[in-house]
Design a binder for this molecule. Structure first.
Ligand SMILES: NC(=O)c1ccc[n+]([C@@H]2O[C@H](COP(=O)([O-])OP(=O)(O)OC[C@H]3O[C@@H](n4cnc5c(N)ncnc54)[C@H](OP(=O)(O)O)[C@@H]3O)[C@@H](O)[C@H]2O)c1
Length: 258
């Protein structure tokens, strides 16, 4: 009886996955943009780091695996300059197990890495530039002066000016799809970058791990800082797509409503 139930569940899971793939395939055909998904670990009080912004992984080992599993479905992983220089961040695929998973998904062994730095202030000594396993693209604006641009070009495989003062993310993501064949883009924050992506209406999915900690701190970052919105009508609306509890952590997937 239990086996029959399991078989039924497996069959319906497969149907759901198949439908999901078809939906995604149809979407890829009709849109010039990549599918954008965002992943964060947050505390129970909604913080993504301490007020001093030091990078401290505070999720469980399962959360770290989850992050690498998500990376294993992405053509590119993107972060803002302050995330990239806040610690030993590489934005890479992780060990052989995850690179194999990428190959099984039909992806390149190593994902493209994208850094957003509107003024070109990214620290040239950041850990990511010491790890040369896959191309690095820096997205910047005309606010970056000639000196900064010259230095960025020594660090990255491509430096793209994506606007005068602000990055035009819609155009830039279309360029990433066209130039670097990015169909699935995983954005890993921080808060300033995520706010800009939500305000531009470019996020499709939000993956959240709610961790059993309280950080407090009125200036501690949250997953969407930046400018924010001032009207309820402008707030991004989400639909809870799935929830899973592992130990004291909750793994949630929200889908952006359009
Ligand atoms: N818990 C988690 O899952 C998680 C994940 C990621 C990060 N974090 C934490 O989050 C903190 C960093 O977040 P954050 O919000 O301070 O910084 P961030 O979003 O990582 O980076 C901000 C910088 O990125 C550039 N940037 C971002 N959005 C931009 C836009 N729309 N246009 C132009 N440039 C843009 C700017 O660089 P320029 O200054 O060069 O213009 C800006 O100063 C760190 O403490 C990190 O550890 C936690």
């Amino acid at each position: 009886m239990a086996t029959e139930r399991n078989q039924k569940r497996l069959r319906s899971d497969r149907v759901r996955i198949h439908e999901g793939e078809l939906k995604m395939a149809r979407w890829f055909k009709s849109s010039p943009l990549p599918f954008v998904f965002v992943n964060f670990a947050i505390t129970a009080d909604g913080k993504i780091a301490f007020a001093n912004r030091t990078f401290i992984p505070f999720g469980s080992p399962r959360d770290r695996e989850h992050m690498l599993e998500l990376r294993a479905t992405a053509d590119a992983v993107m972060s803002g300059a302050r995330t990239v220089d806040s610690g030993r961040v590489t934005l890479g695929p992780g060990g052989e197990k995850y690179r194999q998973l990428r190959r099984r998904h039909g992806l390149t062994e190593y994902n493209l890495r994208v850094i957003v730095s509107g003024s070109g202030s990214i620290n040239p000594n950041a850990h990511i530039f010491k790890k040369r396993f896959s191309p690095i693209v820096i997205l910047t604006t005309q606010r970056a002066d000639e000196r900064a641009l010259k230095q960025l070009r020594t660090l990255a495989d491509e430096v793209k000016i994506c606007g005068a003062k602000e990055i035009n993310f819609r155009k830039t993501l279309a360029w990433l799809r066209e130039r670097w064949d990015v169909k699935r883009l995983l954005s890993e924050g921080g808060g300033e970058l995520t706010d800009a992506l939500f305000r531009a209406g470019l996020v499709h999915e939000l993956h959240l791990t709610i961790c059993p900690r309280i950080f407090g701190g009125r200036t501690a970052p949250t997953l969407a800082d930046g400018e924010g919105v001032l009207k309820l009508a402008d707030a991004a609306r989400l639909r809870l797509k799935s929830q899973k509890r592992t130990g004291d952590e909750l793994f949630l997937i929200y889908e952006a409503r359009r």
